[in-house]
Structure formats: C-alpha cells, structure tokens
Design a protein around this ligand. Structure first.
Ligand SMILES: C[S@@+](CC[C@H](N)C(=O)[O-])C[C@H]1O[C@@H](n2cnc3c(N)ncnc32)[C@H](O)[C@@H]1O
Length: 324
C-alpha cells in the first residue's frame, strides 16, 4: 500500500462510525456534564477557556453559564456557519470571542491573544456537527443529495468532488482503507474510476450509489457508503494531521493545572488522543520538548444519553492535566 500523506494506520475492531443513522435534527452537545467536570470549569476573574470546536455552542453555552461575567471564553471553528451562529448567540457578551480558525492554529491563537501558559481549559469535541450533516449543500451526507464538497471550511482546500475525479484508483483505495477501514476499498475505488469515465462524480448520492452497487452483498447494519464517506471526509479535512498539532499546542499553552478535554468519535482519532496523553507525560525520547501532562480520566456516555442522542454512542472523552 502506498503511504498517503496522513499519518494514522488502520485499526481493526474498535471503530465506531459517526454514522448518519445516528444524526439528530439539532446539535445536542455530547457528554456535556462530563466535559465540564473534566475541564473543572471555575468562575474566576483570570480563568481563560478555549472551545476549539464551537459547532452550535452547546459546550460553550455551558462554560459561559458557569463563568457568568468572570473569566473569558475563546471559541474556534473552521466552519463559517458556526462562526455566524456564535456571533448571533453570544456576540453581545463581553467575555466571549469567536475565531474563524482551524484548531491546528491553537498555538498561534494563544500567542496572538497573549495567553500562552495561561489557559485554564481547552475542549475539543471532534468531527462534524449535526447541522453540517443535515445541510445537503455541504456535501457530507450520503442520504441527502447535494454537491460532493465535505469541506468544513469551504474557503480552504478542494471539494471532495475535485479529488475523487482526479485521484487514481490506488490512492482512493488507500484513503478508504486507512480512514474508513473499508475492507472493500479496492473494489470500490475501481468502480469509482470506471464510473467517472462516463460522468464526472459531482453529487453525494451519485457517489453513494456507485459505492452501494460496488458493495452488493448481504445487507449490513450500516449504510454501505458510511465508511467511505467517513474516510473521504477525514482525508479532505486533513483531520488526523491537524489533531496531533492541536494536542501538542494545547499542552504548551495550558497553564500549570490546566485541563485538556477531548471527545473523539472513532478509534483512529481516539488512538491519537490516547497516545498523546500517555506520551506527553515526559516519558518520550524527546521529553525536553514536551509539556508534562498527567491523565485524569476517560469516560463514555451513559446509556441514558445514548438513548436520547444516538450520535453519542461512539463518543469517548479523555481528560489530561498539565502538571508543569
Ligand atoms: C462535533 S461539532 C462540535 C459541537 C459543539 N461542541 C456543540 O456543542 O455545538 C464539531 C465542530 O468542530 C468544527 N471543527 C472540526 N474540526 C475542526 C478544526 N480542525 N478546526 C476548527 N474547527 C473544527 C466543525 O466545523 C464543527 O462545527
């Protein structure tokens, strides 16, 4: 297999897909109480928090409720729609600011705002929000017909359609396998390349049909395009490249005693978080460069939460604290 430019290797078994079957109409914050407890949010005049994934602000709202008029919350999102929602929802507040930035730029943001080493808590609630899935025009959904885009930030990078019509079969197969753990990756990739000779692949349901036909066989629990769409989304948004950069920056910009809380939805990203929190404890070969973290907790959503919000089913929350 050729190495594509992202880093994580495929794993077998533990993956839980952030399946569209589980998407709700509005974005319900996942593991809200656990996240607040993990971050140990406190209303203090000098408390600074960063919500790196504003979405529709479920977690931000809860942090602001605890802060009241004290402290400050910086929120980031790479999606302009999330930024607009943030301005509408909290624009009037004196202790809130939304930044249209990728959380991979957390270190730069902390430097720009003069808060390196002073942040009390950083939250990353990874992946795509329900409003992004639900809006057919964003191209994330294999159930809703729309342009095959899949960029969380439509002003950056290329839409999925540009890549899928250009990449060779080997590259497509590698992406489907590495980021979707799709065992039929080669067969699907061949069918994609054959199909686009006839007509360019520009729509979500067009791609979903090609994948479904390539996978004809016994019916599975999830839609046949679930793994492939997840893979293409992760690849197009460089999700597994950005995450390690964000984690490293988070460790460096936290205050001593500050908390990092990360909610992951599939094993590829959870593995990156787990290893980072383990190795950033000063035990790695290059620990001189590392801020020291200690692991605080790992939590899963309750059965009650999963019953109300099926999207929470695959979530894992990990929390670490900067000790020095
Ligand atoms: C799961 S949602 C977060 C939901 C949020 N916690 C809430 O309660 O509404 C993830 C959000 O993070 C954003 N996002 C994902 N990756 C990002 C990145 N690398 N940089 C900035 N924002 C990102 C997405 O655009 C999306 O709005």
């Amino acid at each position: 297999m050729r190495t594509i430019h992202h880093s994580a290797a495929p794993s077998r078994g533990a993956t839980s897909l952030h399946s569209e079957d589980a998407v709700t109409d509005s974005h319900r914050p996942v593991m809200l109480e656990e996240s607040l407890a993990g971050l140990s949010v406190r209303a203090m005049p000098d408390a600074i928090y960063v919500d790196g994934t504003f979405g529709r602000g479920g977690h931000s709202a809860a942090i602001l409720d605890v802060l009241g008029a004290q402290g400050f919350l910086h929120a980031m999102d790479q999606d302009p729609d999330a930024v607009t929602a943030a301005k509408l929802r909290f624009g009037e507040r004196g202790n809130f600011r939304i930044h249209h930035r990728n959380f991979g730029e957390l270190g730069e943001l902390a430097r720009d705002c003069g808060m390196v080493g002073q942040i009390s808590g950083i939250l990353l609630d990874l992946g795509v929000s329900s409003p992004q899935f639900d809006d057919a025009e964003r191209g994330f959904s294999f159930l809703r017909d729309g342009p095959l885009d899949m960029r969380m930030d439509p002003s950056s990078g290329e839409p999925a359609s540009a890549w899928i019509n250009r990449a060779d079969a080997e590259e497509i197969a590698d992406v489907l396998y590495q980021y979707g753990e799709e065992r039929l990756s080669r067969r699907i990739a061949r069918r994609i390349v054959e199909a686009r000779i006839e007509t360019p692949i520009l729509r979500t349901t067009q791609l979903a049909d090609i994948i479904s036909r390539a996978m004809s066989g016994p019916r599975q629990k999830i839609h046949p395009a679930t793994r492939s769409f997840q893979a293409i989304r992760i690849f197009i948004n460089r999700e597994l490249d950005v995450l390690p950069r964000a984690l490293q920056s988070a460790a460096e910009v936290l205050a001593p005693g500050g908390r990092l809380a990360v909610i992951s939805f599939h094993s590829l990203e959870d593995r990156i978080v787990k290893r980072f929190m383990r190795d950033a404890r000063g035990t790695g070969p290059d620990d001189a460069k590392k801020a020291e973290l200690k692991r605080v907790s790992r939590a899963f959503p309750s059965d009650a939460e999963c019953a109300i919000n099926p999207r929470a089913r695959s979530a894992v929350l990990r929390v670490a604290e900067r000790v020095s």
